[in-house]
Design a protein around this ligand. Structure first.
Ligand code: ADP
Length: 174
């Protein structure tokens, strides 16, 4: 597989002009804090109006909307698991978030898509463990499908970026 299809970028995901950015939403899809709040405020009120019609979203699933006022064309909303100690299918549900988001991108013919570190904020999923799952799922998906052609992991903090960089270089070395 061409590992250049995976990139790391540090900053605010709402500024990216890509085919889609992924939102770490909650199951109501009606907005929240963290990256969800940033996406809703940058996308404008039409995003919330559209989300109201979707009937929420289950943990591990994903739904797609236009990006409205965002530079990104679409927002893929996925609901990560709340970390409850690791015995409540958290790993499996987080993996499903990445897979189902990528499936939506594929089905909509989207090429460039960015993910935040789903569940690692308010939902308290251990960052290193989440990073390993994210990379594993994205690599496995890209190995089987020609699109998306590019997946960007967006890290907000220096610590998160350093962790992803280490994991990515581990993958590339191996
Ligand atoms: P969750 O509820 O799934 O844990 P959060 O939004 O609380 O979602 O956090 C998920 C990750 O998104 C965290 O690593 C947080 O630092 C990061 N984050 C918050 N705001 C932004 C943003 N504007 N762009 C990119 N990442 C962000």
């Amino acid at each position: 597989m061409d590992l250049n299809r995976i990139q790391l970028w540090q900053g605010d995901i709402t500024t990216l002009a890509l085919d889609a950015i992924v939102n770490a939403a909650n199951s109501s899809l009606l907005g929240g804090g963290g990256v969800d709040g940033a996406i809703h405020s940058a996308a404008g009120p039409r995003l919330l109006e559209q989300c109201r019609t979707l009937g929420g979203c289950e943990t591990g699933q994903a739904k797609i909307t236009p990006g409205f006022d965002l530079p990104a064309r679409y927002v893929i909303h996925t609901v990560g698991p709340v970390w409850r100690g690791g015995h409540s299918r958290e790993d499996e549900l987080l993996a499903a978030c990445y897979r189902n988001s990528l499936k939506l991108a594929l089905n909509h013919g989207l090429q460039a898509i960015a993910f935040p570190a789903i569940s690692t904020g308010v939902y308290r999923f251990p960052v290193e463990r989440a990073c390993t799952i994210a990379l594993r799922e994205v690599e496995a998906f890209l190995a089987r499908h020609a699109s998306p052609s590019k997946v960007i992991f967006v890290c907000f903090s220096d610590a998160g970026a350093a962790l992803y960089r280490r994991s990515l270089s581990g993958t590339r070395a191996g």
